[in-house]
Design a protein. Structure first.
Length: 488
């Protein structure tokens, strides 16, 4: 069994609430996935960026990636949020020292070290949670840019992003999910979340005065034609999600639903802004580990009952606020539409502002000695603290770090004056290149002409204190951390 750990502790009641929330997440995956599978939507994007590349990414009539068989899966990640914001799920591969990405190695490189699998060497534990060390380098291998990671062209890809919402395909109940399979290369992986577009209703839409269009959000939902259009489409989608796949009838239904969803979304987005500097979006995320061996018929979490989720799967959970899974804890009136999070407050400090990102989980994948197939052996839930980007690519310091890693060189205190001068020249060249190159958005929308440069994350102060003991985390309601360890 995989070891799940987190510094966050929950009560028995909260664990039960999280279990119910996971069922709702899985229901979203099932219904939204039915639309993606039945109908590859036309490229309708509010920012105009998706339109040119959408067909490359599986839209515009191209078939979506097939869902891997449950017996071939080792894990799944599910992300969801409210309203029309465009959040993105990323799978990042931790890079080992001296490993290059498409660059020729030096004639006589030093021997490459074996892959580091000790996750404790990649993290720093502080009072407010566990986060990645600032010198950990990684690259994105799965996201909306590239939804299938299959470098070896195997029958079962290593990882697949199935559902991707509110970019070219829209929903009022957005969700994204990522499958990890038994062919995934052993190593360490990071789960990242990025808020590409915060879409908040403008201040003059909802309010108490005559100058506002609607008095309350409930009035908006009942009376706004775009919201009504999306809500009717959502109801029809849910009603037909279980219809047989591949039939002309279901294809026509889902095509009509998609058109209604997209049209309604455009109507609502015309009344939205990207919020203010303190505006943020709340979300919830679940990381599942599948059984290493199935004693019963293999199934995905979306096909599992509550008992199955508790007895067959292991899971780690992260939420930016307790009211994500406990509505009674919502003291701010957050609805994701006209009321969003205040990231400068204690309640909203983990919410993601426009263009912000977070690392939420660290996963260790190893090769099973008996089957020679990959499996998840450890998951550490991270603090999810917002940052400027998932990789901080583009800075001169980051470019220099990447340059050093790609060349497999080492610069230390005993470098000669010539080596120091060469390093300074390289840094100056990197800075000059950054100065003349147009600055991209932290996480641009998909383009097959773009690739994500690997680099180290944003520098953070290292507390220098020893790592506190992290507490094992489990889904089972009422079970203590010590009981989980006994299970293992």
């Amino acid at each position: 069994m995989a070891l799940f750990s987190s510094m966050q502790s929950y009560t028995v009641t909260q664990l039960q609430q999280q279990a119910s929330y996971m069922l709702q997440q899985n229901s979203r995956v099932a219904t939204e996935g039915a639309r993606s599978y039945s109908y590859a939507a036309p490229a309708i994007a509010s920012d105009g960026i998706h339109a040119a590349e959408a067909s490359v990414m599986g839209f515009g009539g191209q078939a979506m990636a097939e869902i891997p068989e449950a017996m071939n899966c080792i894990g799944q990640v599910v992300l969801d949020w409210e309203f029309l914001h465009d959040l993105d799920l990323h799978l990042l591969k931790v890079l080992q020292p001296c490993r290059s990405a498409g660059y020729a190695a030096e004639p006589s490189p030093e021997p490459a070290p074996q892959p580091t699998t000790d996750l404790s060497t990649l993290i720093v534990a502080q009072a407010d949670g566990v986060r990645l060390r600032s010198d950990v380098a990684f690259r994105s291998i799965v996201s909306y840019r590239s939804k299938i990671h299959n470098p070896s062209q195997l029958d079962t890809p290593e990882a697949i992003l199935q559902v991707d919402r509110n970019a070219a395909v829209h929903s009022l109940k957005p969700v994204e999910n990522l499958y990890l399979t038994e062919t995934l290369e052993p190593g360490a992986y990071v789960i990242g979340v990025h808020n590409y577009a915060l879409r908040q209703l403008a201040d003059d839409v909802i309010g108490p005065t005559s100058s506002h269009d609607y008095r309350t959000f409930e009035d908006f939902k009942k009376m706004h034609p775009g919201y009504q259009k999306m809500e009717r489409a959502l109801d029809e989608q849910n009603a037909h999600a279980g219809d047989p796949d591949g039939t002309p009838e279901k294809h026509a239904i889902m095509a009509r639903i998609d058109e209604e969803m997209n049209a309604g979304s455009q109507m609502i987005q015309s009344m939205c802004t990207s919020g203010q500097i303190m505006s943020g979006v709340h979300y919830g995320i679940t990381v599942y580990s599948y059984p290493h061996q199935w004693a019963a018929d293999a199934r995905h979490p979306q096909d599992a009952s509550l008992d199955d989720l508790q007895n067959l799967f292991q899971s780690g959970f992260f939420a930016t606020a307790d009211f994500i899974f406990d509505p009674d804890a919502n003291t701010t009136g957050y609805n994701g539409a006209n009321v969003v999070a205040n990231v400068q407050s204690e309640e909203g400090r983990l919410a993601l502002g426009h263009g912000k990102a977070a690392h939420v989980a660290l996963i260790k994948v190893v090769k099973d000695s008996n089957s020679s197939k990959s499996k998840i052996s450890e998951v550490i839930m991270l603090d999810g603290h917002p940052r400027s980007d998932l990789s901080d690519a583009g800075s001169a310091a980051s470019m220099m770090h990447t340059f050093r890693m790609q060349q497999g060189t080492r610069i230390n205190a005993h470098s000669t004056a010539a080596a120091a001068a060469a390093a300074a020249a390289a840094a100056a060249a990197a800075a000059a290149a950054a100065a003349v190159t147009p600055v991209q958005e932290p996480c641009p929308e998909p383009s097959y002409m773009q690739t994500l440069q690997m680099s180290q994350p944003q520098q953070r102060p290292n507390s220098g204190s020893p790592l506190p003991v992290v507490q094992p985390m489990t889904l089972h309601a009422g079970q203590t951390p010590q009981q989980q360890q006994q299970q293992q």
